[in-house]
Design a protein around this ligand. Structure first.
Ligand SMILES: [Zn+2]
Length: 249
């Protein structure tokens, strides 16, 4: 039963991931997420059921539009596959518990924001404002750590990003995003989330720079790294932090 449920949840993640792509690509430019229905960006032919099976439609069609042969952005299948895998991870890690529900919501928000930030270098308020009351209420009801630690996490998360924004580089979207993530993971998790985000960002940024994929001084979006750091912390923060403390203690 658990295996069946795991498969259903992965498929659900892939299907929702397809919608999260649409949200991430349309909300920042003020488009509706329901109208018009998905269409090919080149020939504007409306996509039908056959074209909308997550990941598989892309693979079967060789990454091209069935009608005009234009290349389809790899963002679509990647976003779908990643959402499916992260939904599976949340289920295996937390099961269908309150922590799991918060995990599914966190993944959903972070996928939308990652797509928007990668494509437009923007973290839309509308996405944050949609999830803020839901995640906020769930933490208020189901928090394991004292509520003060969640508030402190929000203040520290927002505060450190605000400081970075003053010195340039970060936008106000990063400030708001990381305040919300800090509220969810709490203190001291927020510190781990920040360090993990910086470490992954610098490592991957450095590799991309060496490979010549990006240029020196080219701004890279920080939202996806904050998202990754937050998910690592949400999943394993207490183990990592207690492991670290026992190492230095
Ligand atoms: Zn086409």
């Amino acid at each position: 039963m658990t295996t069946m449920l795991a498969i259903y949840i992965t498929i659900l993640g892939m299907v929702l991931g397809s919608f999260f792509n649409v949200v991430g690509l349309r909300i920042p430019v003020g488009k509706s997420v329901v109208r018009p229905p998905s269409q090919c960006g080149a020939c504007h032919k409306q996509l039908t059921g056959r074209d909308l099976i997550p990941v598989f439609s892309f693979l079967l069609a060789g990454g091209r539009c069935r009608h005009c042969g234009a290349k389809v952005s790899v963002i679509y299948p990647l976003g779908e596959a990643l959402t499916g895998l992260l939904f599976l991870w949340v289920y295996l890690r937390f099961g269908l518990t309150a922590e799991g529900i918060i995990g599914f919501l966190l993944v959903s928000m972070l996928i939308m924001i990652t797509v928007a930030d990668l494509k437009y270098m923007r973290i839309p308020n509308r996405i944050l404002l949609f999830f803020l009351p839901i995640l906020g209420a769930l933490i208020l009801i189901f928090h394991v750590a004292p509520l003060g630690q969640h508030v402190l996490g929000a203040l520290l998360g927002g505060g450190v990003m605000l400081l970075l924004a003053w010195f340039g580089g970060m936008g106000m979207g990063d400030v708001k995003l990381f305040a919300l993530c800090g509220f969810v993971v709490g203190f001291p998790g927020v510190i781990l989330a920040f360090l993990a985000a910086c470490l992954c960002g610098v490592l991957v940024g450095g590799i991309l720079l060496l490979l010549g994929v990006i240029k020196r001084r080219q701004p890279i979006p920080f939202g996806p790294w904050l998202a990754l750091g937050t998910l690592i912390t949400y999943g394993y923060g207490s183990q990592i932090i207690s492991g670290y403390l026992s190492l230095i203690g």
